[in-house]
Write a protein that binds this ligand. Structure first.
Ligand SMILES: NC(=O)c1ccc[n+]([C@@H]2O[C@H](COP(=O)([O-])OP(=O)(O)OC[C@H]3O[C@@H](n4cnc5c(N)ncnc54)[C@H](OP(=O)(O)O)[C@@H]3O)[C@@H](O)[C@H]2O)c1
Length: 265
């Protein structure tokens, strides 16, 4: 019997690449979108799910359990970007980002965990970001939500050991997806005190995503993790520099590391 994989946010970008690759490799994949009927050509089944809506999470998980009787692997991938000077990001947008990037994945895990415990096995892969480890200007909220998800995963992995459930994070660097065009941008107005710095950083952030790595890299890493008996707890994926950045932050003097980050942005 093939493993049942549940991927949130699989209509585009990284989630779609993972779903396509795992389907080709004979896994039974259920992906999700907030509007699954917009993606009729998907290679795998797409179900409706909004991670901000508890009822839709429950309905979606119940549907998979009814058909398959189990979920072997949960990939919490759905997420959205947010940029802006902290001072100028409206509270509503901060809440929205935390609801999508942190509370959403937590609620999906809370719903799937009892199903995995009943089988005494499971693998949860949470997609975080290199931004969870390295703060860069104008990405405070995104970094904060992803960093919190990283620590939730680290903790949960210890809590679920007795039930043979592993919790792994993958922290991608920049990957060429739709994330930049869909993210919330705090309005960049000339009257703002942050105008010049934010303009430059925003241009660079967008360029980095456009010239980012191929999401297939993450799909292949996930395939490897699923096949591994004892996976690592944390993976970073992306360019050499992106993979090294969290280590450089630990190794270099704090002021030097901050200087390098500020120089780059
Ligand atoms: N691309 C990068 O450079 C990068 C770097 C680090 C981390 N990441 C992370 O990778 C993950 C995937 O991002 P991506 O780059 O592939 O972006 P993307 O192409 O914009 O895909 C985002 C996916 O999330 C889904 N989604 C958004 N809001 C949702 C909600 N409220 N409920 C359920 N699904 C929702 C979208 O589905 P629908 O719109 O169809 O609902 C879509 O399938 C995110 O967690 C992101 O933070 C990306």
């Amino acid at each position: 019997m093939s493993k049942v994989i549940f991927i949130t946010g699989a209509s585009s970008g990284i989630g779609k690449a993972i779903g396509d690759f795992l389907t080709i490799n004979r896994f039974k994949v259920y992906g999700t979108s907030r509007n699954s009927s917009n993606y009729l050509n998907s290679k795998f089944e797409l179900l409706d799910l909004d991670v901000k809506n508890l009822e839709s999470i429950n309905l979606c998980v119940d549907k998979i359990i009814k058909i398959e009787g189990k979920i072997d692997v949960l990939i919490n991938n759905a997420g959205v970007g947010i940029t802006g000077p902290l001072e100028e990001i409206p509270e509503k947008e901060i809440e929205n980002n935390f609801k999508t990037n942190l509370f959403g994945p937590i609620n999906v895990m809370k719903c799937v965990l009892p199903k995995m415990r009943s089988k005494n096995q499971g693998l949860i892969i949470n997609i975080t970001s290199v931004a969870a480890y390295v703060g860069t200007p104008y990405r405070s909220i995104y970094s904060a939500a992803k960093s919190a998800l990283d620590l939730v995963s680290e903790t949960l992995n210890m809590e679920t050991k007795p039930f043979n459930i592993k919790v792994v994070t993958i922290a991608p660097g920049d990957f060429a997806t739709n994330i930049a065009s869909r993210r919330y941008h705090a309005p960049n107005e000339e009257k703002s005190a942050y105008f010049s710095g934010y303009s430059k950083a925003l241009r660079l952030m967008n360029e980095h995503v456009d010239s980012g790595s191929d999401p297939l890299l993450i799909a292949k890493l996930i395939f490897k993790i699923i096949k591994t008996k004892n996976p690592n707890k944390k993976y970073t994926v992306g360019s050499f520099l992106e993979r090294m950045a969290p280590y450089l932050k630990l190794l270099l003097p704090q002021k030097l590391f901050e200087y390098i980050v500020m120089k780059s942005y």
